[in-house]
Structure formats: C-alpha cells, structure tokens
Design a protein around this ligand. Structure first.
Ligand code: C2E
Ligand code: CA
Ligand code: CA
Ligand code: CA
Length: 272
C-alpha cells in the first residue's frame, strides 16, 4: 500500500509539474505574442432596432498563435493572473480606437466601439490608459464604450463610483456587461452612472419558451428605460429573439443572428 501511495504521489507531482510548465510556456508565449503583434481584434456588429441599422460593435480579442487562432477564454484568465492583461488591455484600447477612427472618418453616421475591461485593469491608471488611447488615435470619446461586469464594480463600490465618474469625464460611455448574472442589486444602477446595460445571453437563450427568461428580460428593459439607460441584448441568435426584443423595447442587439465577430476588413464591408 505504501508503494502504491508513493506511485500516486509521483504521478500527482509529475502531472502538477506538467501543469506548471504548461502555464509557464503559455505565459512566455503570451509575452512574445505582444512583441510579435500576434493579437488581433475582431468586431461584432450591434444593430439599432429603432433605426434598423448597424450602429456599433464590440471589440473581441483573438490570438493568432503558432497553432492557429486562440479564443480569449483560453488566455485572458492567465493574462489576468500574471498581470499581462495590463499591457494587452492597453493595446486593445488603442487598437480599437485606431480602427474606430478609421471607420468614422469614412462614414457619415459614426459608429461606437465597445472594449472589454477586466477587473485587473479597473484601477485609477485606467483613466490614463483610456485618455492616451483617445489622444494618440484622435477617436471621438463619445463613440468609445467600456464594458465592465458587475463583479468588477462590486469588489470596491466606492472606488468604482469614483473611477466611473473620472472615466465619464473623459466623455466616454460605460456599459454594464453580462447584466443579471452577478451580485449587483438594483440600487447600484442608481449609484453607478451607466449608459448601457447588456442583458446576458443566458436570459436571451430561453426566449420565447421560458417564461422566467421572458419576464426577466422584459423587466430589465423596462427598468433600464425608466432609468434612461440603453439596453443591449447579447447572444441574439434567432428571428424569435429579435421579434421579442424589438416588441419589448430593447434598443440594441448583438449576436449570431446578425453576425459573428468579424475581422476588421470584413466589418468594413458591413459599413458599406
Ligand atoms: P463577453 O464580453 O460576454 O463577449 C461576448 C461573447 O459571446 C464573445 O465570445 C462572442 O463571440 C460571443 N457571442 C456573440 N454572439 C453570440 C451568440 O449569438 N451566441 C453565442 N453563443 N455566443 C455569442 P468571445 O469572443 O469568445 O469572448 C469571450 C469573453 O472573453 C468575452 O465575453 C470577454 O469577457 C472576454 N474578452 C474578449 N475580448 C476581450 C478583451 O479584449 N479584453 C478582456 N479583458 N476580455 C475580453
Ligand atoms: Ca463584453
Ligand atoms: Ca457579455
Ligand atoms: Ca459573457
């Protein structure tokens, strides 16, 4: 039995060592990826129900790694743990603004660009990073949206209120991402000054069959309307989703029903 235990232990440590070295490999690969400019932003169109037109997009990061395209769920968590999300996030902000400025020079109706901000980035220095991205690109701050989640704001409520205030003083807008899945109570909709609520995909998925999802989604839309906050439905995949959301008074929609996230040049084609 002793021998067995020892084997198990060796087994355990070697698989642990393997995990550790995989992480180290991924970490150094991520470092190199920044230097080699292997990150790329895809842009998912957002549609305005009332005007029936494309009005903006969400920038979503991809990594063109040595073995192909890597999705953010595979590397953002490690980037957050290692702090690499700081330089990566600064790159995302500047790249999204640079691209947005190119589009808005060419279009009559300006489009907005939304950028995801992780908890690690959400600190006072973010104001400097955003201002810098706006300054070097010339992008109109009114067209930049930062997407933050409830958990990001809730870890330090007073600090978040102050930081959101400073960010909004730059003229940019704030969206609360994945709304309804976190711990924020409705009272915080009053304390955090927000421009948009993104209704989480998990609620949209059940529409129209699931009565609870229908009730939750309509209620979020109604509350937001009364608070003068725009609603964005994410994960809109079917005609039925679309019809329901339009009738319920949702402002904007984003999802596979319209478009997947697209490389910049394909998004450009959508603007014409
Ligand atoms: P998210 O912010 O909730 O982004 C929406 C995700 O839903 C995206 O996944 C998008 O491709 C996907 N999606 C869009 N429409 C549909 C649909 O109709 N059906 C379904 N099933 N999915 C849809 P993606 O691009 O893999 O991004 C995953 C997450 O990674 C994002 O979730 C966000 O939290 C994070 N992320 C992406 N880009 C960045 C970034 O630049 N910085 C940071 N910090 N996080 C990012
Ligand atoms: Ca988002
Ligand atoms: Ca989301
Ligand atoms: Ca999400």
């Amino acid at each position: 039995a002793k021998g067995q235990g020892r084997n198990n232990y060796q087994c355990f440590t070697s698989s642990m060592n393997q995990k550790v070295s995989e992480r180290l490999l991924l970490e150094s690969a991520l470092r190199d990826a920044l230097k080699r400019e292997e990150f790329e932003l895809y842009y998912q169109p957002q549609y305005d129900f009332s005007r029936n037109r494309l009005c903006g997009c969400e920038a979503l990061i991809r990594w063109n790694g040595p073995d192909g395209l890597v999705m953010p769920d595979r590397f953002i968590p490690l980037a957050e743990e290692t702090g690499l999300i700081i330089p990566i996030g600064a790159w995302v902000l500047e790249e999204a603004c640079r691209q947005g400025e190119i589009w808005n020079r060419a279009t009559v109706e300006p489009i907005s660009v939304a950028v995801n901000v992780s908890a690690v980035q959400f600190r006072p220095e973010l104001v400097v990073e955003v201002r810098n991205a706006l300054d070097v690109t010339g992008f109109d701050p009114r067209q930049l949206v930062l997407e933050v989640t409830e958990s990001v704001l809730m870890s330090d409520v007073d600090g978040s209120v102050r930081l959101l205030q400073q960010l909004r003083e730059l003229g940019i807008r704030i969206a609360l991402d994945d709304f309804g899945t976190g711990y924020a109570s409705l009272a915080y909709l009053k304390r955090f000054v927000l421009d948009k609520l993104k209704i989480d995909r998990t609620f949209i998925m059940g529409i129209p069959e699931d009565k609870d999802d229908v009730a939750i989604t309509s209620s979020i839309i109604d509350i937001a309307r009364h608070l003068n906050i725009m609603t964005v439905a994410e994960g809109v995949e079917t005609e039925a989703h679309c019809e329901f959301l339009r009738a319920a008074g949702c402002n904007l929609a984003q999802g596979y029903y319209f478009d997947k996230p697209l490389p910049a040049d394909e998004f450009s084609n959508r603007l014409q």
